[in-house]
Design a protein around this ligand. Structure first.
Ligand code: TRP
Length: 333
């Protein structure tokens, strides 16, 4: 860890497969950050238990997430890729910070309200205190920057409030984290309902492309993508959300501007464009999938990375916990 570099922390739930949206919007850019920042990427397995999980699937998806991160170009020697449950400090800090978080604040979290509706038969305590655990993840590492999507902004805001509240009572302890939107990260929308973000938890599989989707599936999904009335391939988010999304995807995978894409497809038909976008995406994902398949077949290698990085993360986290325990008045040896 270079003390002169800022700290980035991101948590990813192993609760489903990652999509093209995750890749183009976030993952693809993470590799570029590894030399300029100290980066922590945490597989937040504890967070997933707020909704029912199949144990065998959860374990497999945790490995899959690490394999995918490696396949996307994250160097395991330059980034701390680790599992939340391997570092007990996350749960420990979560208890402490829970005592500095108000029920009123937690009740206002829109994700809690959404998930309570969707899982009405299992509105558990963990679902309610989820943002406290997330604040602990972030604050444990004295994080400066948190790459997040808009859906997590409210949770980050709460983490900032908790940090400030604690600092006000006990003196400077936590760094108050800022949101971080990586440069040129594309926002990818659903292929069937382009006014919605592409999401892995969508019930309609035609809405998203998974990073691990085979080429024929990718082609099929793009051919089915909704387009708009008219026939010109021009960018207009309000009137042509479907075509605009496809333009963004094509531009993003080919590192082109929207104007260049429009020029290339001037006078071409929607159908031809959809096939071109599908092929470009399949081609981009192909080498990632090959690397992914190699990594996922080597559990011993993945375990080695998890073990080594758990040690590195723990060292940093334990320092913070000790500091917090001392401040609140525990006897610390
Ligand atoms: N709540 C985040 C999500 O659902 C995952 C998460 C947990 C996280 N801890 C975090 C994200 C810390 C950023 C930082 O996407």
């Amino acid at each position: 860890m270079d003390p002169n570099k800022k700290i980035i922390f991101s948590g990813i739930q192993p609760s489903g497969s990652l999509t093209l949206g995750n890749y183009l919007g976030a993952l693809r850019n993470f590799g570029k950050l590894q030399d300029s920042y100290n980066c922590y990427y945490c597989v937040v397995d504890m967070h997933t238990l707020t909704v029912r999980q199949n144990p065998a699937d959860l374990r497999e998806r945790s490995y899959a997430l690490l394999a995918l991160y490696l396949a996307c170009g994250l160097d395991p020697d330059k980034n701390v890729l680790f599992m939340q449950s391997h570092v007990p400090c996350h749960a420990e800090l979560s208890w402490i910070l829970g005592c500095y978080t108000y029920i009123g604040e937690l009740s206002r979290m829109t994700q809690f309200k959404d998930k309570s509706q969707r899982h009405a038969d299992n509105i558990n305590g963990g679902l309610f205190t989820y943002p406290v655990l997330m604040a602990s993840d972030i604050l444990l590492y004295k994080t400066d920057l948190v790459p997040i999507g808009v859906d997590q902004k409210q949770h980050l805001e709460l983490a900032r409030n908790i940090a400030e509240r604690f600092n006000n009572i006990y003196g400077d302890t936590f760094v108050v984290p800022e949101p971080f939107i990586p440069q040129n990260s594309a926002k990818i929308m659903s292929l069937q309902e382009p006014d919605k973000k592409m999401s892995k938890s969508d019930t309609n599989v035609n809405n998203f492309i998974l990073i691990t989707d085979p080429a024929d599936v990718i082609m099929k999904k793009f051919k089915r993508a909704v387009t708009d009335s008219g026939c010109e391939i021009v960018y207009n988010e309000a009137e042509k959300p479907g075509i605009s999304n496809l333009i963004n995807i094509y531009a993003s995978v080919n590192d082109m501007s929207r104007e260049e894409v429009m020029k290339e497809f001037e006078g071409k038909r929607y159908g031809d464009f959809k096939i071109a976008v599908g092929s470009a995406v399949a081609e981009t994902l192909d080498p990632i999938q090959k690397r992914y398949n190699e990594y996922i077949a080597d559990k011993a290698y993945l375990d080695g990375i998890f073990k080594k990085n758990a040690g590195i993360a723990r060292e940093h986290a334990e320092k913070t916990i000790k500091e917090v325990y001392e401040k609140v008045g525990f006897i610390v040896y």
